[in-house]
Design a protein around this ligand. Structure first.
Ligand code: UDP
Ligand code: MG
Length: 351
């Protein structure tokens, strides 16, 4: 009469998902954009950490997001030296979130980890995430307890952004998380089944549900190189997060409409009362001009917000591929074919 209790479901799922059957295959996705200064060290630390985990096979999928330094060459070298390395080179810079999507579309693992190339997310946390996965957790996301080497401005804006997002979206995106996380294959498939262009990865993963747990870690300073996120990109990213997950900005128009109409009504009553019951006229250009400018401002603002949503509808309508690949290295025929929900945008020849 009742559905089986969740523990049983969990157990069944676990049996079905390879977590307890033989060595698991872990895929690590590393988006790289101009990371020549750090990529070799990242690789060494990743391999050193993963090799200590018993009963684990792994592959590392480096996604070169159109770097214009030596990153791609270095990656080719790493692939040449180590058959567990795969390299996916995008045809230009498509941005971090697309690079991550491209990587996820090419992984073969039962379980996948997303990690930045700059060692800000310490690879040493991965075994802890894997341990959670073995207990049945589907998403183990890193939560930053300390952020070294980031400006107070960045920390403050990031914290304000996550709190705002939490207030105005229907789904709960955990505070202070980045994209450093482990995901079960089920979650990766769910993520890839979402065809949208504005890919706010951490929000989309939160949206999928399943069992998600946080793993606290200290965010280190960038090991070398500099951040690829200027303020402009950060603002764009924040707008993506809000617009993809919330209609609150559109509703703002309604609320502003109420407030402004209320004020106008009060003004009318005030003016009438003065006119009818006293000898005073309401006078003055200033108040008139302020009212006109205020209304003009509010209307332009709301038009802009509307434009954000319309622009995104336009982008979705064009149905362009999300990214283009110019080179794939190290993918064997064993690797999974690209996900059917995405158009295959490249020639499938493996090198
Ligand atoms: N990245 C990318 N494409 C971009 C920008 C960044 O693939 O257009 C990668 C970058 O190489 C790094 C990760 O995304 O591995 C995070 O970028 P970054 O460290 O610059 O961001 P921050 O840590 O400052 O937020
Ligand atoms: Mg970084």
């Amino acid at each position: 009469m009742y559905p089986p209790p969740p523990q049983n479901l969990r157990k069944l799922n676990r049996l079905a998902s390879n977590r307890d059957r033989g060595p698991a295959l872990l895929s690590v996705v590393v988006p790289c954009f101009n990371e020549e200064a750090v990529i070799r060290e990242t690789h060494l630390r990743l391999v050193a950490t993963l090799e200590t985990v018993p009963d684990l096979d792994f592959e590392i999928v480096y996604v070169d997001d159109g770097s214009h330094d030596a990153t791609l060459n270095l990656l080719r070298g790493l692939q040449h030296a180590d058959a567990r390395v795969r390299v996916l080179a995008l045809s230009r810079n498509f941005g971090h979130q697309m690079a991550v999507t491209a990587g996820l579309q090419h992984v073969a693992g039962h379980v996948v980890v997303l990690i930045d190339a700059d060692l800000q997310d310490p690879p040493e946390v991965i075994p802890e995430m894997l341990a959670r996965w073995h207990t049945g957790v589907d998403v183990a996301y890193g939560v930053r307890t300390k952020r070294d080497g980031e400006t107070r401005f960045k920390r403050w804006t990031a914290s304000a952004f996550y709190r705002l997002l939490d207030c105005i979206t229907d789904i709960s995106i955990p505070l202070d998380t980045g994209d450093f996380r482990l995901m079960d294959r089920t979650v990766v498939d769910a993520f890839l089944a979402m065809p949208e262009r504005d890919r706010f990865v951490r929000g989309m993963v939160a949206w999928t549900g399943f069992r998600q747990e946080s793993v606290p870690y200290q965010r280190a300073a960038r090991s070398a190189g500099e951040t690829k996120w200027p303020l402009r990109k950060m603002l764009r990213f924040a707008t993506d997060g809000i617009v993809s997950f919330s209609l609150a900005p559109l509703r703002l128009a309604t609320w502003l409409g109420f407030v402004v109409s209320g004020l106008a009504l009060a003004g009318i009553v005030y003016a009438l009362v003065l006119r009818l019951f006293t000898a005073v006229w309401v006078s003055g250009w200033t108040s008139l001009l302020i009212a006109v400018l205020f209304l003009g401002g509010v209307q332009l603002l709301m038009l802009g917000i509307l434009g954000e949503y319309v622009g995104r509808i336009y982008g979705e309508m064009k149905r362009r591929p999300l990214y283009l690949v110019k080179e794939r290295l190290g993918f064997t025929s064993m690797s999974r074919p690209p996900h059917p929900h995405f158009r295959d945008d490249t020639n499938p020849s493996d090198s």
